[in-house]
Design a protein around this ligand. Structure first.
Ligand code: ADP
Ligand code: MG
Length: 371
Protein backbone atom coordinates (compact mmCIF):
# COMPACT_ATOMS: atom_id res chain seq x y z
CA UNK A 1 0.00 0.00 0.00
CA UNK A 2 1.12 3.55 -0.70
CA UNK A 3 -0.10 6.75 0.91
CA UNK A 4 0.62 10.21 -0.46
CA UNK A 5 0.76 13.06 2.05
CA UNK A 6 0.21 16.70 1.13
CA UNK A 7 2.86 18.65 3.00
CA UNK A 8 6.52 18.33 3.93
CA UNK A 9 6.73 19.26 7.59
CA UNK A 10 7.21 17.34 10.81
CA UNK A 11 3.67 15.96 10.83
CA UNK A 12 4.26 14.37 7.42
CA UNK A 13 7.56 13.03 8.73
CA UNK A 14 6.01 11.45 11.82
CA UNK A 15 3.08 10.00 9.85
CA UNK A 16 5.52 8.26 7.51
CA UNK A 17 7.69 7.10 10.41
CA UNK A 18 4.60 5.49 11.96
CA UNK A 19 3.45 3.84 8.73
CA UNK A 20 6.76 2.47 7.40
CA UNK A 21 6.94 -0.40 9.94
CA UNK A 22 3.45 -1.42 8.78
CA UNK A 23 4.86 -2.01 5.29
CA UNK A 24 3.23 1.13 3.90
CA UNK A 25 5.14 3.25 1.42
CA UNK A 26 4.90 7.01 1.25
CA UNK A 27 5.17 9.82 -1.23
CA UNK A 28 4.83 13.53 -0.55
CA UNK A 29 3.20 16.38 -2.41
CA UNK A 30 5.04 19.66 -1.90
CA UNK A 31 2.58 22.39 -2.80
CA UNK A 32 4.72 25.45 -1.99
CA UNK A 33 7.81 26.14 -4.13
CA UNK A 34 9.81 27.48 -1.16
CA UNK A 35 8.81 24.71 1.29
CA UNK A 36 11.49 23.23 3.54
CA UNK A 37 11.61 19.51 2.70
CA UNK A 38 14.30 18.41 5.09
CA UNK A 39 11.78 16.76 7.43
CA UNK A 40 10.72 14.21 4.82
CA UNK A 41 13.96 13.54 2.97
CA UNK A 42 14.66 9.81 2.76
CA UNK A 43 11.10 8.79 3.66
CA UNK A 44 9.64 8.47 0.17
CA UNK A 45 9.34 10.15 -3.18
CA UNK A 46 8.96 13.92 -3.02
CA UNK A 47 6.92 15.47 -5.81
CA UNK A 48 6.48 19.22 -6.29
CA UNK A 49 3.02 20.07 -7.57
CA UNK A 50 2.81 22.74 -10.25
CA UNK A 51 -0.29 24.23 -11.79
CA UNK A 52 1.01 23.12 -15.21
CA UNK A 53 1.21 19.43 -14.23
CA UNK A 54 -1.87 17.39 -15.15
CA UNK A 55 -3.59 15.49 -12.29
CA UNK A 56 -2.78 12.19 -14.08
CA UNK A 57 0.90 13.07 -14.30
CA UNK A 58 0.96 14.10 -10.63
CA UNK A 59 -0.81 10.90 -9.57
CA UNK A 60 1.65 8.83 -11.60
CA UNK A 61 4.62 10.74 -10.21
CA UNK A 62 3.36 9.98 -6.69
CA UNK A 63 3.55 6.27 -7.49
CA UNK A 64 -0.22 5.80 -7.88
CA UNK A 65 -1.05 5.93 -4.15
CA UNK A 66 -4.03 4.05 -2.68
CA UNK A 67 -4.99 6.99 -0.52
CA UNK A 68 -4.14 10.67 -0.13
CA UNK A 69 -4.00 12.50 3.18
CA UNK A 70 -2.91 15.88 4.50
CA UNK A 71 -0.61 17.11 7.24
CA UNK A 72 -2.12 20.62 7.16
CA UNK A 73 -5.40 22.32 6.40
CA UNK A 74 -4.01 25.44 4.71
CA UNK A 75 -3.82 24.18 1.15
CA UNK A 76 -5.60 24.65 -2.15
CA UNK A 77 -8.49 22.16 -2.05
CA UNK A 78 -8.56 22.10 -5.86
CA UNK A 79 -5.34 20.04 -5.62
CA UNK A 80 -7.23 17.44 -3.56
CA UNK A 81 -10.24 17.64 -5.90
CA UNK A 82 -8.07 16.92 -8.92
CA UNK A 83 -6.56 13.83 -7.26
CA UNK A 84 -9.82 12.50 -5.77
CA UNK A 85 -10.74 10.96 -9.14
CA UNK A 86 -7.91 8.44 -8.72
CA UNK A 87 -8.10 7.36 -5.06
CA UNK A 88 -9.80 8.27 -1.77
CA UNK A 89 -8.79 11.48 -0.03
CA UNK A 90 -8.95 10.99 3.74
CA UNK A 91 -10.09 12.98 5.62
CA UNK A 92 -12.56 14.00 2.93
CA UNK A 93 -12.22 17.28 1.08
CA UNK A 94 -15.30 18.88 2.65
CA UNK A 95 -13.87 18.24 6.13
CA UNK A 96 -10.58 19.92 5.15
CA UNK A 97 -12.47 22.83 3.56
CA UNK A 98 -14.54 23.34 6.71
CA UNK A 99 -11.54 23.30 9.03
CA UNK A 100 -9.43 25.62 6.92
CA UNK A 101 -11.76 28.51 7.60
CA UNK A 102 -12.67 29.80 11.07
CA UNK A 103 -16.10 31.05 10.04
CA UNK A 104 -17.02 27.70 8.46
CA UNK A 105 -15.81 25.97 11.63
CA UNK A 106 -18.00 28.24 13.77
CA UNK A 107 -21.03 27.53 11.56
CA UNK A 108 -20.44 23.78 11.85
CA UNK A 109 -20.19 24.06 15.65
CA UNK A 110 -23.36 26.17 15.79
CA UNK A 111 -25.23 23.63 13.65
CA UNK A 112 -24.29 20.94 16.18
CA UNK A 113 -25.10 23.08 19.21
CA UNK A 114 -21.47 22.95 20.37
CA UNK A 115 -20.45 26.10 22.27
CA UNK A 116 -17.49 28.22 21.19
CA UNK A 117 -16.34 31.74 22.06
CA UNK A 118 -18.81 34.42 20.90
CA UNK A 119 -17.73 36.08 17.67
CA UNK A 120 -18.67 38.52 14.93
CA UNK A 121 -17.84 37.67 11.32
CA UNK A 122 -16.32 40.40 9.12
CA UNK A 123 -16.60 39.42 5.45
CA UNK A 124 -14.82 42.62 4.37
CA UNK A 125 -13.42 45.88 5.70
CA UNK A 126 -16.92 47.35 5.26
CA UNK A 127 -18.13 45.31 8.26
CA UNK A 128 -15.70 46.99 10.67
CA UNK A 129 -18.14 49.53 12.14
CA UNK A 130 -20.87 46.94 12.68
CA UNK A 131 -18.33 44.65 14.40
CA UNK A 132 -16.91 47.49 16.50
CA UNK A 133 -20.43 48.28 17.77
CA UNK A 134 -21.47 44.67 18.34
CA UNK A 135 -18.60 43.03 20.23
CA UNK A 136 -17.70 42.96 23.92
CA UNK A 137 -14.05 43.99 24.45
CA UNK A 138 -11.35 42.78 24.53
CA UNK A 139 -11.62 40.74 21.36
CA UNK A 140 -9.10 38.93 19.22
CA UNK A 141 -9.24 39.48 15.48
CA UNK A 142 -8.37 36.28 13.66
CA UNK A 143 -8.13 35.99 9.90
CA UNK A 144 -10.44 33.22 8.74
CA UNK A 145 -7.64 31.43 6.88
CA UNK A 146 -3.85 31.18 6.90
CA UNK A 147 -3.40 31.50 10.64
CA UNK A 148 -1.41 29.17 12.85
CA UNK A 149 0.74 29.53 15.98
CA UNK A 150 -1.04 32.81 16.72
CA UNK A 151 -0.19 34.33 13.32
CA UNK A 152 -2.64 36.82 11.75
CA UNK A 153 -4.19 37.59 15.13
CA UNK A 154 -4.60 40.95 16.90
CA UNK A 155 -5.91 41.55 20.39
CA UNK A 156 -7.94 44.76 20.49
CA UNK A 157 -9.33 46.61 23.50
CA UNK A 158 -11.43 49.38 21.99
CA UNK A 159 -13.72 50.06 19.04
CA UNK A 160 -11.23 52.61 17.72
CA UNK A 161 -8.41 50.05 17.79
CA UNK A 162 -10.60 47.53 15.97
CA UNK A 163 -11.47 50.05 13.25
CA UNK A 164 -7.86 51.03 12.76
CA UNK A 165 -6.54 47.44 12.54
CA UNK A 166 -9.24 46.33 10.11
CA UNK A 167 -8.56 49.35 7.89
CA UNK A 168 -4.76 48.95 7.95
CA UNK A 169 -4.21 45.20 7.94
CA UNK A 170 -5.01 42.70 5.24
CA UNK A 171 -7.03 40.60 7.68
CA UNK A 172 -10.58 40.26 6.27
CA UNK A 173 -12.42 37.96 5.98
CA UNK A 174 -11.87 37.55 9.70
CA UNK A 175 -13.68 36.99 12.95
CA UNK A 176 -13.69 39.26 15.98
CA UNK A 177 -13.78 36.78 18.84
CA UNK A 178 -14.38 37.61 22.46
CA UNK A 179 -11.21 37.27 24.55
CA UNK A 180 -11.83 34.74 27.29
CA UNK A 181 -10.18 34.53 30.66
CA UNK A 182 -10.13 30.77 30.56
CA UNK A 183 -8.92 28.59 33.43
CA UNK A 184 -7.15 26.13 31.16
CA UNK A 185 -6.64 25.17 27.56
CA UNK A 186 -7.24 21.53 26.82
CA UNK A 187 -7.51 19.50 23.66
CA UNK A 188 -8.87 16.19 22.62
CA UNK A 189 -7.45 14.04 19.85
CA UNK A 190 -9.41 11.16 18.41
CA UNK A 191 -9.63 8.94 15.37
CA UNK A 192 -12.46 7.62 13.24
CA UNK A 193 -12.06 4.55 11.04
CA UNK A 194 -13.72 3.78 7.70
CA UNK A 195 -16.33 1.62 9.49
CA UNK A 196 -17.30 4.58 11.70
CA UNK A 197 -15.68 3.24 14.88
CA UNK A 198 -13.93 5.87 16.99
CA UNK A 199 -11.22 6.04 19.58
CA UNK A 200 -10.30 8.99 21.83
CA UNK A 201 -7.15 9.88 23.70
CA UNK A 202 -7.18 11.42 27.17
CA UNK A 203 -7.55 15.16 27.14
CA UNK A 204 -4.29 17.06 27.21
CA UNK A 205 -3.73 20.30 29.06
CA UNK A 206 -1.85 22.74 26.87
CA UNK A 207 0.31 25.72 27.75
CA UNK A 208 0.86 28.37 25.09
CA UNK A 209 3.33 31.24 24.97
CA UNK A 210 2.61 34.04 22.50
CA UNK A 211 0.08 31.84 20.71
CA UNK A 212 2.52 28.91 20.31
CA UNK A 213 2.09 25.60 22.12
CA UNK A 214 5.03 25.06 24.46
CA UNK A 215 3.92 22.16 26.65
CA UNK A 216 1.20 19.52 26.87
CA UNK A 217 0.47 17.12 29.65
CA UNK A 218 -1.99 14.24 29.52
CA UNK A 219 -4.30 13.27 31.09
CA UNK A 220 -5.09 16.90 31.93
CA UNK A 221 -5.11 17.40 35.70
CA UNK A 222 -8.30 17.81 37.72
CA UNK A 223 -10.80 17.37 34.93
CA UNK A 224 -14.10 15.83 35.87
CA UNK A 225 -15.30 12.69 34.11
CA UNK A 226 -18.15 14.86 32.88
CA UNK A 227 -15.79 17.34 31.19
CA UNK A 228 -13.82 14.58 29.46
CA UNK A 229 -17.08 13.03 28.31
CA UNK A 230 -18.28 16.37 26.96
CA UNK A 231 -15.09 16.77 24.92
CA UNK A 232 -15.48 13.24 23.52
CA UNK A 233 -19.08 14.00 22.65
CA UNK A 234 -18.06 17.18 20.79
CA UNK A 235 -15.39 15.39 18.77
CA UNK A 236 -17.58 12.40 18.04
CA UNK A 237 -20.44 14.63 16.83
CA UNK A 238 -18.07 16.63 14.62
CA UNK A 239 -16.44 13.55 13.09
CA UNK A 240 -19.80 11.91 12.44
CA UNK A 241 -21.27 15.00 10.88
CA UNK A 242 -18.26 15.33 8.55
CA UNK A 243 -18.16 11.58 7.83
CA UNK A 244 -14.56 11.93 8.87
CA UNK A 245 -11.83 9.32 8.47
CA UNK A 246 -8.49 9.83 10.24
CA UNK A 247 -7.26 11.68 13.30
CA UNK A 248 -8.82 14.96 14.33
CA UNK A 249 -8.08 17.38 17.16
CA UNK A 250 -10.32 19.85 18.96
CA UNK A 251 -8.77 22.68 20.98
CA UNK A 252 -10.94 23.87 23.86
CA UNK A 253 -11.06 26.53 26.54
CA UNK A 254 -12.17 25.49 29.99
CA UNK A 255 -14.06 28.19 31.93
CA UNK A 256 -15.23 26.87 35.26
CA UNK A 257 -17.30 23.84 34.34
CA UNK A 258 -17.89 25.01 30.80
CA UNK A 259 -15.96 23.67 27.82
CA UNK A 260 -15.88 25.93 24.75
CA UNK A 261 -14.36 24.88 21.45
CA UNK A 262 -11.56 27.12 20.18
CA UNK A 263 -10.65 25.47 16.88
CA UNK A 264 -10.53 22.20 14.96
CA UNK A 265 -7.63 20.52 13.18
CA UNK A 266 -8.40 17.94 10.47
CA UNK A 267 -5.12 16.13 11.08
CA UNK A 268 -2.69 14.89 13.66
CA UNK A 269 -1.95 17.66 16.14
CA UNK A 270 0.95 19.00 18.18
CA UNK A 271 -1.03 18.51 21.40
CA UNK A 272 -1.18 14.78 20.54
CA UNK A 273 2.58 14.24 20.19
CA UNK A 274 2.67 12.88 23.74
CA UNK A 275 0.87 9.77 22.45
CA UNK A 276 4.14 8.62 20.85
CA UNK A 277 5.37 7.65 24.30
CA UNK A 278 2.28 7.88 26.50
CA UNK A 279 -0.36 5.84 24.66
CA UNK A 280 -0.56 2.27 23.39
CA UNK A 281 -0.99 3.44 19.79
CA UNK A 282 0.20 6.92 18.88
CA UNK A 283 -1.90 9.44 16.95
CA UNK A 284 0.29 9.01 13.85
CA UNK A 285 -0.20 5.25 13.69
CA UNK A 286 -3.92 5.64 14.34
CA UNK A 287 -4.24 8.14 11.52
CA UNK A 288 -2.48 5.72 9.17
CA UNK A 289 -4.60 2.80 10.38
CA UNK A 290 -7.79 4.81 9.89
CA UNK A 291 -7.06 6.03 6.37
CA UNK A 292 -5.67 2.63 5.31
CA UNK A 293 -9.01 1.05 6.26
CA UNK A 294 -7.58 -0.85 9.22
CA UNK A 295 -8.89 -1.23 12.78
CA UNK A 296 -7.86 1.54 15.16
CA UNK A 297 -5.26 0.75 17.80
CA UNK A 298 -5.87 1.28 21.51
CA UNK A 299 -5.66 4.90 22.60
CA UNK A 300 -5.22 3.91 26.24
CA UNK A 301 -2.68 5.88 28.31
CA UNK A 302 0.58 4.55 29.65
CA UNK A 303 1.12 6.63 32.78
CA UNK A 304 1.14 10.41 32.69
CA UNK A 305 2.74 11.90 29.61
CA UNK A 306 4.25 15.29 28.92
CA UNK A 307 5.49 16.96 25.74
CA UNK A 308 7.86 19.88 25.55
CA UNK A 309 8.18 21.73 22.25
CA UNK A 310 11.66 22.82 21.18
CA UNK A 311 11.04 26.17 19.56
CA UNK A 312 13.31 28.43 17.52
CA UNK A 313 16.47 27.17 19.18
CA UNK A 314 19.58 26.68 17.05
CA UNK A 315 20.26 23.13 18.15
CA UNK A 316 18.54 22.17 21.37
CA UNK A 317 20.89 20.32 23.76
CA UNK A 318 19.12 17.02 23.30
CA UNK A 319 21.72 15.23 25.43
CA UNK A 320 20.23 16.95 28.49
CA UNK A 321 16.94 15.07 28.14
CA UNK A 322 16.56 12.49 30.89
CA UNK A 323 16.74 8.76 30.25
CA UNK A 324 12.99 8.18 30.49
CA UNK A 325 12.23 10.74 27.80
CA UNK A 326 12.35 10.49 24.03
CA UNK A 327 13.62 13.12 21.69
CA UNK A 328 12.28 14.13 18.28
CA UNK A 329 14.26 16.55 16.12
CA UNK A 330 12.67 17.44 12.79
CA UNK A 331 15.78 18.63 10.85
CA UNK A 332 14.17 22.00 10.02
CA UNK A 333 16.18 25.21 9.69
CA UNK A 334 15.96 27.25 12.89
CA UNK A 335 13.87 30.41 12.86
CA UNK A 336 12.40 32.42 15.77
CA UNK A 337 9.10 30.90 16.86
CA UNK A 338 9.55 27.81 14.68
CA UNK A 339 8.86 24.35 16.08
CA UNK A 340 12.08 22.37 15.56
CA UNK A 341 11.47 19.32 17.69
CA UNK A 342 9.87 18.02 20.86
CA UNK A 343 10.67 15.82 23.83
CA UNK A 344 8.17 13.34 25.25
CA UNK A 345 8.22 12.35 28.90
CA UNK A 346 6.30 9.64 30.64
CA UNK A 347 6.09 9.12 34.38
CA UNK A 348 3.90 8.04 37.23
CA UNK A 349 2.18 11.29 38.05
CA UNK A 350 1.60 14.85 36.97
CA UNK A 351 4.01 16.46 39.45
CA UNK A 352 6.88 14.16 38.46
CA UNK A 353 6.44 14.74 34.73
CA UNK A 354 6.16 18.51 35.12
CA UNK A 355 9.23 18.54 37.34
CA UNK A 356 11.25 16.64 34.75
CA UNK A 357 10.14 19.03 31.99
CA UNK A 358 11.10 22.01 34.22
CA UNK A 359 14.38 20.30 34.98
CA UNK A 360 15.22 19.98 31.28
CA UNK A 361 14.43 23.67 30.69
CA UNK A 362 16.53 24.61 33.72
CA UNK A 363 19.52 22.66 32.40
CA UNK A 364 19.17 24.29 28.97
CA UNK A 365 19.06 27.74 30.60
CA UNK A 366 22.10 27.02 32.78
CA UNK A 367 24.01 25.76 29.74
CA UNK A 368 23.22 28.81 27.64
CA UNK A 369 24.21 31.15 30.51
CA UNK A 370 27.53 29.35 30.95
CA UNK A 371 28.48 29.83 27.29
N1 ADP B 1 -10.78 34.03 22.34
C1 ADP B 1 -9.63 33.80 22.97
N2 ADP B 1 -9.51 34.07 24.29
C2 ADP B 1 -8.35 33.85 24.95
N3 ADP B 1 -7.24 33.34 24.36
C3 ADP B 1 -7.29 33.04 23.05
C4 ADP B 1 -8.49 33.24 22.28
N4 ADP B 1 -8.25 32.85 21.02
C5 ADP B 1 -6.98 32.42 20.99
N5 ADP B 1 -6.39 32.53 22.19
C6 ADP B 1 -5.00 32.14 22.54
O1 ADP B 1 -4.19 32.15 21.36
C7 ADP B 1 -3.79 30.81 21.02
C8 ADP B 1 -3.77 30.64 19.50
O2 ADP B 1 -5.08 30.87 18.96
P1 ADP B 1 -5.82 29.87 18.00
O3 ADP B 1 -7.16 30.41 17.71
O4 ADP B 1 -5.75 28.51 18.59
O5 ADP B 1 -4.99 30.00 16.67
P2 ADP B 1 -3.82 29.14 16.01
O6 ADP B 1 -4.43 28.65 14.75
O7 ADP B 1 -2.75 30.13 15.80
O8 ADP B 1 -3.48 28.03 16.97
C9 ADP B 1 -4.78 29.92 21.74
O9 ADP B 1 -4.25 28.63 21.96
C10 ADP B 1 -4.99 30.72 23.03
O10 ADP B 1 -3.89 30.55 23.91
MG1 MG C 1 -4.77 26.79 17.99
Amino acid sequence: MRIAIVGSGQLAQMLALAGLPMGIEFSFIVDKPDADIRCIEGLGKIVHSHKATSPEALYQALGMPDCITVEKEQLDVSLLESLAQFCPVRPNIEAVRTCQNRQREKLLLESLGIPSSPHFFLASKGDAQAAADAVTYPVVLKSCEEGYDGKNQFIVHTAQELLSIVSQEDITPCIAEQWLNFDKEVSIVGARATDGSMSFYSLAENIHHKGILTRSIAPAKALSAQQSQTAENYLSQIMEKLDYVGVMAVECFLLGEELLVNELAPRVHNSGHWTQLGARTCQFENHIRAIAGLKLGSSENIGVAGMLNLIGTKQAPLELADKLSSVHWYRKSPRPGRKLGHINFVGKDWAEVNKRMDNYLGLVKALSESR
